[in-house]
Design a protein around this ligand. Sequence first.
Ligand code: IPM
Ligand code: MG
Length: 371
Amino acid sequence: MAANRSVLVLPGDGIGPEVMAQVQRVINWFDDKGSVRFDVTEDLAGGACYDTHGVSIRDETMEIAMNTDAVLFGAVGGPKWDDVPREHRPEAGLLRLRKDLDLFANLRPAIVLDAMVGASTLKAEVVQGLDILILRELTSGVYFGQPKGEQTLDDGTVRVVDTQAYTEEEIVRVLRVGFELARKRKNKVHCAEKSNVMETGVFWRQISARVAKEEFPDVEFQHILADNCAMQLIRDPHQFDVIVTDNLFGDILSDEAAMMTGSLGMLPSASLGNPDPVTGKRYAMYEPVHGSAPDIAGEGKANPLAMLLSFAMMLRYSFDLGDDADRVETVVQNVLNEGYRTGDIMQDGCHLVSTEEMGTKLIAELDRTAD
Ligand code: IPM
Ligand code: MG
């Protein structure tokens, strides 16, 4: 049997621990019944970490993250930490993980399962069969650009600055990931930017045109302005396959794409670095696109499926366990086909279940498929 896979589990805040608890049950299921075992280390991150340790992620935790095969992340943040200084805010821990592990390629697949067509706020004919991938640059752009923060002008008034900045290499490497993924999908890439107003937009446009022409002439390629992309996603999402975009536009467009699938509670993500040229090791973190949803935290209402589908992405991308990933994804589809729904995706004629009950259904279905 292969060596155990090491996983750092960071449930975080709000609904993070509840949805992660269901994944932990699935991990235990694999340990018991599957052919793969996991060594799980759990730690605090976000507001929960700040409350205990005064920082949103500890150096010790970063050290573990650097030496583990994959990180599974829940969600962070909430109104409780609104007044915490920015460097200690719950989100800062998440951004540090992304930056220090250099997880520049953030895959956010939006897939509309047949059982979920009616849960979308868009018309069924618009979203039926949808399968698109937002590839978000995750370690640069306005999230990290310097200078950042408050300045006092000569006249004593305050000015606040965020900086959008990209190097050529940062754009090229994420584009390459996008083109390579497209080759295994519908072979089509859109690059979304604002080249009509932003210098970095012009740069993204030039570089993407060059990479498309010189390195991926076999892949269909199109430029699109990010605002138009937002509109086209609602109008006719089927025109897209892979959308490559910067950190901020990717944050926004992926929330929009998520909602097409019925709920933010359905959308997983994988954040990947480049494989180390010597060891071949690739840092990776898997997290649902939804946030910590403090308004429903602790009530058993949260949808654990995005977290579980993130776990499936971990099986696929970090451990090359495509069959096991397929199995988890099939189990999710089966449970939805049987009509079980958490509140966020509830439809007429379906059975409303709690977070934990959804987990129980998933385990029962895993048992069934293992027979
Ligand atoms: C996301 C989230 C994060 C982001 C927050 C929690 C910092 O919205 O992963 O999409 O803005 O990247
Ligand atoms: Mg977001």
